[in-house]
Design a protein around this ligand. Sequence first.
Ligand SMILES: Nc1ncnc2c1ncn2[C@@H]1O[C@H](COP(=O)(O)OP(=O)(O)OP(=O)(O)O)[C@@H](O)[C@H]1O
Length: 247
Amino acid sequence: MTDLLVVEDVYAGYVQDLNILQGINFRIAPGELVAVIGPNGAGKSTLAKTIFGLLNPNQGKIRFKGREINGLKSNQIVTLGMGYVPQITNVFGTLTIEENLEMGAFIRTGSLATLKDKIFTMFPRLKERRHQKAGTLSGGERQMLAMGRVLMLDPELLILDEPSAALSPILVSSVFEQIKAINQTGIAIILVEQNAKKALMMADRGYVLESGRDRFSGPGQDLLNDPKVGELYLGAAYQSTSSTENT
Ligand SMILES: Nc1ncnc2c1ncn2[C@@H]1O[C@H](COP(=O)(O)OP(=O)(O)OP(=O)(O)O)[C@@H](O)[C@H]1O
């Protein structure tokens, strides 16, 4: 199957001459759910920002749907069918839920009603509160709204940067269920997560980053079972090895 997105030997960073990503390779197929895990500061969010055009690669190539997107800005990338929900989700607190969703569809010209209905079916909680100001939502509901807003763009690829950050355990489970449901509608998802076990359990494949490199990759379950990954990042002893060490 042709990959939806390919990241090839990418170097990128925030200041000149200091690359945080140090030759990273990554790919995702249409409809796949891929988890990106790794210790603090490994470069997970930096990878997400680089793919979405918030940072320019200093070296390497990024291809989305067969087209090279290096150097394109986020507002151009979004029109190609990629959505991104940053780690700190900003919803418009003084607007209602419904108005927030409509703002998400700013680049669309057709009717919003069908898309909105689809999102309300996916997130019934948002439907119940559609006329409520977004500033009054709980953390988990706010996360759902941030995802819903990006889904108004009808993307083929959604990048979620730590959607479970700062949520209580019960909300984490519900946000993860929503992510799975979104993926089951055929949208490919890159899930950047601190919550490594949960993310890998749900993912088709995963990448373990370390110091700006893809250190391990493989099916989520294989990474969970890999003792090297377990010792380093998951904080427990695991058996059997079947993932790929990318050194
Ligand atoms: N805006 C920025 N300017 C300069 N350096 C940054 C910036 N954002 C992140 N960094 C640095 O880039 C490195 C990688 O950070 P990044 O946020 O990508 O890591 P991460 O794997 O997502 O970590 P975490 O799990 O802690 O969120 C860190 O050393 C960090 O200090």
